[in-house]
Design a protein around this ligand. Structure first.
Ligand SMILES: Nc1ncnc2c1ncn2[C@@H]1O[C@H](COP(=O)(O)OP(=O)(O)OP(=O)(O)O)[C@@H](O)[C@H]1O
Length: 282
């Protein structure tokens, strides 16, 4: 099996109104695939379709090489983990007791609870009731629950939305480690920095259609203007091209001791999204 996920000409309509239209992409094992789009572009709908919670209108969707409906089989369902904004945690139970319930559901040894809480940096809080947790801590419990059964494929729908930078970083660290250990990740986000930091491949979603799909690096090269910005010690700035004239200019500034800093003018993913769609992701 070459791909963990294969989507071909997918369409999803709600009451004849299309939410996703002609969407195609493939995700290889071990990738972190970013599905980027502003509010209402169809990200959650895509996650629900890929996790067999919602049926698509037309096109084909394969997960682990089989029709997505195979995920309704509990044994197949155990191969995936899902984190959505609907946490499904029991507020009055402790972190540990919440995870214990899921251990029973997934037939996972309770020894795994301490291991997973260590991973999300919550071991010392295991006896705290969920209702007493901060938003960031709660989200880390939700992540712990999603990875409790060591899924091969993890779906994350806006996992760090509205979290502070520290909690966001902690979640990113966990995701990187999981990915290094072989977990494939489908990440829906409107946070372009998150996508730059984590993803091997990104799809830009606009009004239910993919308008661009590539590696972040290739997108930056494709949509960049191939120039370098030079700041000189006298306070002025100069823009030069990535050509012989540009390199001669840089060499001269260096030889004359005039050079202060050099910056590439590569666009961010956010810049590229605005260029393609005319609107910001946030
Ligand atoms: N159950 C539903 N019934 C009718 N329309 C729906 C339903 N679910 C989603 N939609 C519509 O489909 C479109 C895509 O919604 P979706 O929730 O997938 O977007 P999103 O990118 O996840 O947005 P957000 O970031 O705000 O969660 C929207 O126009 C939404 O109103």
């Amino acid at each position: 099996m070459k791909y963990q996920i294969e989507v071909n000409q997918l369409t999803k309509a709600f009451a004849n109104k299309p939410a996703l239209n002609g969407v195609s992409f493939q995700i290889k094992r071990g990738e972190i695939f970013g599905f980027l789009g502003p509010s209402g572009s169809g990200k959650t709908t895509m996650v629900k379709i890929l996790t067999a919670q919602l049926l698509h209108t037309s096109g084909s969707v394969k997960v682990f090489g089989n029709d997505v409906r195979n995920l309704q089989n509990p044994e197949q369902m155990k191969r995936i983990g899902i984190l959505t904004d609907n946490s499904g945690l029991y507020d009055r139970l402790t972190i540990y007791d919440n995870l214990e319930l899921f251990c029973k559901l997934y037939n996972v040894d309770v020894k795994r609870i301490e291991e997973v809480l260590e991973e999300v940096n919550l071991l010392q809080d295991k006896k705290t009731a969920v209702k007493q947790l901060s938003k960031g801590m709660k989200q880390r419990v939700t992540l712990a629950r999603a990875i409790l059964h060591k899924p091969e494929l993890l779906f994350l729908d806006e996992p760090t939305s509205a979290l502070d930078p520290t909690n966001k970083q902690q979640i990113h660290t966990v995701l990187r480690k999981l990915n290094e250990a072989g977990t494939t990740i489908f990440l829906s986000t409107h946070d372009m920095q998150e996508a730059e930091d984590l993803c091997n491949q990104v799809a830009f979603l606009h009004n239910g259609t993919i308008v661009e799909l590539d590696t972040p690096q290739s997108l930056r090269v494709k949509h960049g203007d191939s120039t370098i910005n030079i700041r000189l010690k006298n306070g002025t700035s100069v823009t030069v091209g990535l050509d012989e004239a540009g390199s001669n200019a840089i060499r001269d500034y260096m030889n004359n001791g005039e050079l202060l800093t050099i910056h590439s003018n590569e666009p961010t993913l956010g810049d590229i999204f605005i260029k393609l769609t005319g609107r910001a992701l946030q």
